[in-house]
Design a protein around this ligand. Structure first.
Ligand code: ADP
Length: 341
């Protein structure tokens, strides 16, 4: 099993904020409107046009496929879209659906223009995929009643809906499924300024308004371009300052808090460093296949591909060549430098 990392972009239980003032509801710090969804300007522009057009015509919005590493706001966007349409978002994931009929309950209960969000859509079994084609295209599904000689296919008309598919591996999607989405968008890592703005917005909900911009920038710059990581680091810093520094937060306190968590100045953690060290040391910098690196590290190759490599590629510490993974000269410098520099 993959070990839990503080900078893991995958969702962990603490990502849902539980207020401390005994209010019984779970208050999420997820944005609920397109205005509160910061960064990704191009995507927001495309969506606001599609949303407005759909609302004017009282049609469902086009199906949307979002791809990119975990923690960049794909699930959040599904909720934002449903909220903007004034409808509901139904959330499921590829691995949870094993046969076509698993979707019948949800599809038949959805109200007009609701949003169906399928996470990890690349892991949808072929049988389910074929089942949703007519649902996506004509808002209808076929199901078989009885079996053997008496079997008959009944067509059921669905309410119009919007499917939002999310994937970390767009390359694994079949062309047939991909072509059925009207809007296909690559969600990119966020710039440091965008993450700083996301953190600032979150401080209001976390009652941390007194934190200065420089400290927020310091957290943002170590968050691997990922809002989920930025928000998690913000909480670690809050804990540290509460326990050790009488609630004072400054860039140097951020520094100490994150050092304690094993996160270095560029936001790499132990798993990233082990990856780079394995590549530089055991494989002499590469090129080498990811399966070999994963086997040496005792990690799952898919986990490395989803949560370690995208950021190392983005910051230029790693190169992917036809022959395999190769460390770059700045990656090599990173391995040689002490972890807190
Ligand atoms: P994904 O589905 O891509 O794994 P999520 O939608 O769960 O990611 O987002 C992770 C966290 O980051 C959420 O708590 C959400 O509040 C926050 N977040 C993501 N994108 C944004 C954004 N653009 N603006 C504000 N907060 C965001």
């Amino acid at each position: 099993m993959a070990r839990e990392r503080i900078i893991s972009p995958s969702e962990q239980s603490e990502d849902i904020e539980i207020p401390t003032n005994n209010v019984e509801v779970y208050q999420s710090i997820r944005p609920s409107t397109l205005d509160q969804y910061l960064g990704q300007a191009e995507l927001r522009e495309r969506l606001s046009v599609a949303l407005e057009a759909a609302k004017e015509r009282n049609d469902p919005m086009e199906h949307v496929l979002l791809y990119g590493p975990p923690g960049l706001g794909k699930t959040t966007l599904a909720h934002v879209i449903a909220n903007e349409l004034g409808t509901r978002a139904w959330v499921t994931s590829g691995p949870a659906l094993t046969k076509g009929s698993d979707l019948v309950g949800t599809l038949t209960r959805m109200e007009p223009n609701d949003v169906l969000f399928i996470d990890e859509i690349h892991r949808l079994p072929a049988a389910v995929e074929e089942y949703i084609y007519p649902a996506m295209e004509d808002f209808k599904i076929d199901f078989t009643l009885d079996s053997g000689m008496h079997a008959r296919v009944v067509t059921y008309a669905l309410q119009p809906f919007t499917l939002i598919g999310a994937t970390t591996r767009a390359g694994l999607l079949t062309a047939a499924l991909r072509s059925r989405f009207g809007i296909v968008h690559n969600i990119r890592f966020y710039e440091c300024e965008e993450l700083t703005a996301i953190l600032k917005q979150a401080t209001l909900k976390l009652h941390m308004e007194t934190i200065d911009d420089e400290s927020l920038h310091c957290i943002a710059s170590r968050s691997r371009g990922t809002p989920r990581i930025a928000l998690r680091l913000l909480r670690r810093v809050r804990d540290f300052s509460q326990v050790r520094c009488e609630n004072v937060i400054s860039p140097s306190i951020v520094d100490q808090a994150l050092k304690l968590e094993g996160i270095d100045a560029v936001g790499l953690d132990a798993l990233d460093r082990t990856y780079l060290e394995t590549l530089a040391g055991i494989y002499e910098g590469g090129p080498v296949g990811v399966e070999a690196i994963a086997a040496t590290m005792g990690e799952d190759a898919g986990t490395l591909q989803d949560v370690v490599e995208p950021y190392l590629l983005q910051v230029g510490f790693l190169a992917r060549t036809r022959q395999g993974r190769k460390i770059t000269s700045s990656g090599l410098n990173q391995v040689k430098s002490p972890k807190d520099s």
